[in-house]
Design a protein around this ligand. Structure first.
Ligand SMILES: [Fe+2]
Length: 713
């Protein structure tokens, strides 16, 4: 018997699917209960408990202030931003292209022909309160309400912006905020000293953060417009950008990396969350520098101090198969262990300007995909150039055979950045009309063994490496202008021998993107606009599937979910790269806004793509939800192991009524039942971005030794 839920969902969250934006008349579906196999043997069997666990205990480091001349300050002005997930914009969109029933089981969701507006359940001050700066770092045993599943043993790491001002100056955008890593250590039952879960939070002490702490003022420019005091004259021609290390944190091979996609990663001690002084290079995959760009000459790059960056969205994937060899029964490598052989698939990037285009200069983006085994040995390398790309795609999809990049047409006018008027992200403009390009890069099946960028070690070496590691890349025009934000899964369509791929993503569909382009607003909206109470300026994000037919050369899109603004889709990671049925995500509260109108995330949802049914947990009108991290109860065995929805969802929430954050644990198979446990902090953690789970326990009493392994650094 599994632990009972703490609370039932609100009426609006009981998952009668809310109206879709398209107007087709379809039956209204209600919450679906699934007939999949239940939890496998050996899974949590704790009896429900209404009793409270041991009370919270001491705050080991509560109230700790940062060194330097300036103490951290809290301000009510740290208000809601136009965040990266893109929940916004009441743009009515046209009917979706439904063009892939032959691939999978996508059922349309509920619809009404005349959706009626509903009152929103959130207030601007509530949402703004989720972005107040953190005033302290913490380490303590929080109170636990409910019962932690006994089998849930390991560590959850989360990252996100934690501070939004310096020296009395507000940052221009929440995404410029200083990275704050939170750690939730789940101890084995019976070994707890004062509780099952221990919480720790620490800022990622980059060199820039340390310098600004000491100076007590902003010293660096930032990507989304934060500038040094003194106006354009003080910022012009200073191309150095601060690395906030605020986007993601991954635990892999005994190392913990805080990620930001426009710079190198920062390595943390997983036992203490202390930051190593210098950025990590991952065996020279990444080069620290003032900007991720290149002149094409390694020596000139070195003279100018140019570097490269690592994506904030690496993926953990099974070992690769060639495109024509599927996972099961189609000639795959049967000798490979799908669990132990898992790889970290990541990529470094840098841009290069060339002559051409309307502005006279056109950027190209050079990507180097690297695959690492569990011991951080690089076991594969592949390269790709995205012509005309003004910036790195925020995410890429990884299937068993391919890494897939979706490139939306953009333009980049660097003049306002160069002359000190804005950040580089504010100089990127969406085309809104041109076709999206889809690049299907075969995953390297063998080890290239080389390091460094193409050209840096000579063309002969690069050509030799490419001959063994990189089959041809396919680039297709999607005949639509969409912008994809995050990818949940990519898999080969069964029976297609790898020639048809399906990708599940969140993003802005053509109507949302056209509205954004027409508004001539920044890609990620304006913090000030959201502060004023409007979410209209940021596009409405939905979940969609793209089918890529490599033989026909076509890309087609269909809707997975568009009834409310939705983001951060996740699957069971044990099923990564295989055909899946379920997807979990955060969303605006169903019914809280008219269809097509964005709002902040206030629900955690589960979608069954076979039936079209959804479940939602809505914690309350003043509570906001974050990305879920899926912890499979059956480990990473995947098919043949536990059922696809057999696992736990871990997500942070923020309650504006108490201005405190919590971690909730939900049964992935029964999201609508609400959390089985809630770990309650005594303070707030600002609304975060991404996180990662490891089965290794990093916390008090842990005997895990920290031993930096990158001898090259
Ligand atoms: Fe992201």
């Amino acid at each position: 018997m599994r632990p009972t839920a703490l609370a039932r969902p609100s009426s609006s969250g009981a998952a009668a699917a809310p109206p879709r934006r398209d107007s087709a008349s379809r039956p209204i579906l209600v919450r679906s209960r699934l007939a999949l196999p239940r939890r496998a043997a050996g899974l949590p069997a704790a009896a429900p408990s209404a009793t409270s666990p041991p009370p919270p205990t001491e705050e080991v480091r509560h109230g700790h202030t940062l060194r330097g001349r300036e103490n951290m300050t809290s301000t009510a002005e740290g208000a809601g931003a136009a965040p990266q997930w893109g929940f916004f914009s009441p743009r009515p969109c046209g009917p979706p292209q439904l063009n892939l029933p032959s691939i999978i089981h996508i059922h349309p969701q509920a619809s009404t022909s005349s959706p009626s507006p509903t009152s929103r359940a959130w207030t601007v001050p509530d949402w703004a309160a989720a972005f107040e700066s953190c005033t302290a770092e913490h380490a303590y045993w929080p109170e636990v309400e409910g019962t932690i599943p006994p089998a849930l043993v390991g560590t959850l790491f989360r990252n996100g912006p934690g501070r939004f001002e310096r020296g009395g100056a507000r940052y221009a955008h929440m995404l410029d905020g200083d990275g704050l890593v939170a750690r939730w250590a789940f101890l084995p039952p019976g070994e707890e000293a004062r509780g099952r879960v221990h919480f720790t939070s620490r800022f990622v002490r980059t060199q820039e953060l340390a310098a600004e702490e000491y100076a007590g003022r902003v010293l660096f420019r930032s990507t989304f417009g934060t500038a040094k005091p003194g106006g354009p004259l003080a910022n012009a021609f200073d191309m150095k950008l601060k690395n906030p290390a605020n986007t993601h944190v991954i635990a892999w091979g005994g190392r913990l990396l805080a990620l930001w996609e426009a710079g190198p990663p920062h390595e943390l001690d997983p036992a203490t969350l202390a930051t190593r002084p210098s950025p990590a290079t991952l065996g020279r995959l990444v080069s620290p520098g003032s900007a991720p760009s290149t002149t094409g000459s390694a020596s000139l790059d070195a003279a100018l101090g140019l570097g490269s960056a690592l994506t904030a969205h690496p993926h953990v994937a099974p070992p690769p198969r060639c495109v024509r060899a599927g996972w099961e029964g189609e000639g795959g490598d049967a000798a490979a262990d799908p669990v132990a052989g898992r790889r970290l698939v990541t990529w470094a990037w840098r841009s290069q300007l060339r002559l051409g285009g309307r502005a006279g200069l056109t950027p190209d983006l050079h990507v180097e995909v690297a695959e690492f085994d569990g011991g951080w040995a690089r076991v594969g390398t592949a390269r790709l150039t995205l012509p005309g790309a003004a910036f790195n795609p925020h995410d890429a999809a990884v299937s068993l055979g391919s890494v897939i990049f979706f490139q939306t047409a953009t333009s980049f006018n660097p003049a306002p950045y160069i002359f000190g008027f804005s950040g580089p992200a504010q100089c990127v403009h969406i085309d809104g009309q041109a076709d999206m390009l889809v690049h299907v890069l075969p995953r390297p099946a063998t080890s290239g063994g080389e390091k460094g960028w193409q050209g840096a070690r000579g063309p002969a070496a690069a050509a030799a490496a490419d001959a063994t590691t990189q089959p041809a890349t396919a680039t297709l025009a999607a005949e639509e202008a969409s912008f994809l934000l995050h990818h949940a899964n990519a898999f080969e369509v069964p029976g297609s021998r790898g020639r048809r791929l399906a990708v599940w993503s969140s993003g802005w569909d053509p109507a949302a993107l056209a509205a954004l382009a027409a508004s001539k607003g920044g890609m990620l909206g304006s913090w000030s606009v959201v502060l004023a109470g409007s979410f209209d300026a940021v596009p409405y994000s939905t979940l969609m599937q793209h089918e890529i037919d490599l033989d026909a050369g076509t890309v087609s899109r269909s809707v997975l979910y568009d009834a409310t603004a939705a983001e951060h889709p996740k699957i069971n990671p044990a099923y990564a790269g295989r055909p899946t049925r379920f997807v979990w995500f955060t969303a605006a509260a169903p019914g809280a806004n008219p269809p097509g109108v964005s709002g902040p995330p206030q629900a955690i949802m589960k979608l069954d793509t076979l039936t079209g049914g959804t479940e939602a947990w809505v914690p309350g009108p003043r509570v906001f939800t974050e990305e879920v991290v899926f912890v499979p109860t059956g480990g990473l065995a995947g098919p043949g192991g536990a059922a696809e929805d057999d696992g736990w969802l871990l997500a942070m929430t923020f309650d504006a009524a108490t201005k405190t954050s919590s971690l909730v644990i939900l049964d992935a198979a029964d999201v609508g039942a609400g959390p089985v446990a809630k770990v309650k902090l005594t303070h707030a953690i600002p609304h975060g971005l991404h996180g990662d789970w490891t089965d290794v326990v990093y916390g008090p009493g842990s005997e895990v030794a920290y031993a930096p392994s990158d001898a090259e650094e």
